[in-house]
Design a binder for this molecule. Structure first.
Ligand code: FAD
Ligand code: DLZ
Length: 518
């Protein structure tokens, strides 16, 4: 029998959100499955606060439906509200009210939502309703808000690398006798190979939709047909078992090449050696630590090299935990940061994919088709271009929050506002990830088939990333010149002839003029 720590013996309402599909979720602990009632609801408010990609909505609704059935099979009483239920109030708080009106409950128990927006809405609701709300820490993360705050206190700069070392020590992942395995914490310098065609390229595991998923796909097509993205083919796993199989597929086929080709891009190859597991981890189908332990085991068994295992584990216990810490330390207000005071609108081609820049066209087409792009596409192609072009970071943020199946504000906003747009002025990263066409050419084969010439710096036919790069640095010199990591770049700019500087800026002006009709 499950134990119950609620001495009152009264029935509680346990709210499980769409990204809390974990058997070990804190809100289910110490609950009494014969007495308490679990509420899960598909609601218009959550599905519509940004124009989520159709695949993201379908993935979550189907995974929620499967999870509810699993809870029921394990003896839980579950009230599951479908989007098309005629009584559906359209919001999570509305659904709590509706259930409480039918079945009085002592407390509402919920694991802290990942987004500030929803956390505030639930706290406000409880205050207004005079309801007892038991909001629990999300134990799926290694680092609590309190722990991150303590780590951050008194530090002049918050840098992922030092935080990551603490997480390594704490978890013991890839540690031996208190030291990092291999004698170094980070093997990133081995992880920058560009990929050539002809490599064996694995694919993520594709799951065939079952009857539940098919029903959801029809619902999404009918209700969200105007949202961004292709709904079919739909191949995401929607259960924990399916996600575990996807993890095994990754470890077996792609992990060995993950490190070497982590930063590479290849035309027509959408996944390379990436895991494509973030949507499962973020929704709760996989636990971050179990994924890391599985990867660590693959290294110890000799299946994957150290640079791959370390690189992968760093993304999860390092970057993933670090960005969440930055988010909660700086909300509210973080998403409104605009260090460069950038104000241009997001170009329309981010939604249509209609651009003649080959790298952007590829990244956006796969975002539309798969609700997925890998890190370097997000950072160095779509993100880099938006920053160089001076797009309002708020618009960039809303685009990223909408278009990826793994997007939730706690992880998306620091990656966009901080890492990719430098709109937080350096809270998260030490310098802007600004790059010219040269970087994209080095890491990909896009430039070979592009109508723009990557080697051409200015004038008609020049790769737009080239003049935009220098224009970005020149127009933001007052904000960036003193950055120690950019001194060399500004020295190069200063050494350029005035004529060359004018050519860069004039070409940039023409490109921006065409793009934004300025
Ligand atoms: P892999 O390359 O296989 O990496 C393994 C895992 O590490 C990922 O599944 C993910 O859980 C974790 N990870 C890797 N990098 C990061 C990171 N920078 N921050 C947090 N976790 C990381 N990630 C999201 O989960 N949701 C987002 O909305 C999101 N938006 C992003 C926006 C921008 C502009 C950038 C630059 C990055 C963003 N990321 C986001 C981080 C990263 O790009 C994705 O986690 C990754 O591409 C997911 O693909 P994958 O599972 O194949 O990852
Ligand atoms: C993203 C999302 C969507 C599209 N729909 C729902 C929903 O209908 N019901 C629900 O409980 N959760 C949904 N979610 C996930 C929430 O938006 C997520 O829990 C919050 O953003 C906090 O991370």
């Amino acid at each position: 029998m499950p134990t119950c720590d609620d001495e009152s013996g009264e029935r509680n309402l346990i709210l499980i959100l769409g990204d809390q599909l974990s058997r070990n979720i804190a809100s289910l602990q110490q609950a009494d499955r014969s007495r308490d009632i679990v509420l899960m609801a598909e609601v218009a408010e959550e599905a519509g606060y940004v124009q989520h990609h159709k695949k993201k909505i379908a993935f979550l609704f189907s995974a929620m439906r499967h999870f509810a059935l699993e809870l029921q099979a394990n003896g839980w009483q579950v009230r599951y509200v479908q989007l098309d239920d005629p009584e559906n109030s359209g919001s999570l708080t509305g659904e709590i009210d509706r259930l409480r009106a039918e079945h009085p409950t002592a407390r509402v128990v919920v694991t802290e939502p990942g987004e500030y927006r929803l956390k505030s809405a639930l706290l406000d609701w409880a205050e207004e309703a005079g309801a007892a709300l038991d909001m629990r820490q999300d134990s799926r993360f290694l680092c609590s808000h309190e722990r991150f705050r303590t780590w951050a206190e008194g530090r002049k700069q918050l840098r992922m690398e030092y935080f990551y070392r603490e997480m390594r020590r704490e978890t013991g992942l890839l540690m031996a006798g208190g030291l990092p395995v291999g004698g170094k914490w980070n093997f990133d310098h081995e992880n920058r190979k560009s990929a050539e065609g002809g490599l064996f390229l694995p694919r993520p595991l594709e799951t065939r939709p079952d009857a539940i998923t098919e029903e959801v796909l029809e619902l999404v097509e009918a209700r969200f047909g105007n949202h961004f993205g292709s709904l079919r083919p739909f191949w995401f796993a929607v259960t924990r078992d399916g996600a575990l199989q996807a993890l095994e597929n990754f470890v077996k086929l792609a992990l060995p090449g993950f490190g070497d080709y982590q930063d590479a891009m290849l035309e027509g190859e959408r996944f390379l050696y990436h895991s494509v597991l973030s949507q499962y981890i973020n929704a709760g189908l996989l636990e971050p630590l179990e994924v890391c332990r599985r990867v660590e085991r693959a290294f110890y068994e000799g299946h994957a090299p150290l640079n791959a295992a370390e690189g992968f584990i760093r993304q999860i216990i390092g970057w993933r935990e670090f960005v969440r810490g930055i988010y909660w330390l700086n909300m509210p207000g973080y998403t409104a940061q605009n260090f460069f005071e950038a104000s241009r609108p997001l170009p329309g081609f981010y939604w249509t994919g209609e651009t003649d820049m080959a790298c952007l066209a590829a990244a956006i087409a796969q975002t539309r088709d798969e609700a997925y792009a890998h890190h370097i596409q997000r950072l160095m192609v779509t993100g880099n271009f938006a920053m160089l072009a001076g797009v309002d970071p708020r618009e960039v943020h809303e685009w990223y929050l909408a278009v990826y199946a793994d997007a939730y504000e706690w992880v998306e906003a620091p990656n966009v506002i901080g890492m990719s747009q430098f709109a937080d002025g350096g809270l998260l990263g030490s310098k802007p990830y600004a790059a010219s066409g040269n970087y994209i050419n080095k890491m990909s084969d896009h430039c070979a088939g592009c109508i723009y010439e990557v080697k051409r710096k200015t004038g008609a036919g020049a790769c737009p990333f080239n003049p935009l790069y220098w224009d970005f640095l020149a127009r933001n010199a007052d904000k960036l010149r003193e950055n120690p990591r950019l001194r060399q770049v500004y020295r190069t700019w200063d050494r350029m002839s005035t004529g060359q500087q004018v050519k860069y800026r004039e070409t940039a002006r023409q490109i921006l003029g065409r793009l934004f009709e300025e």
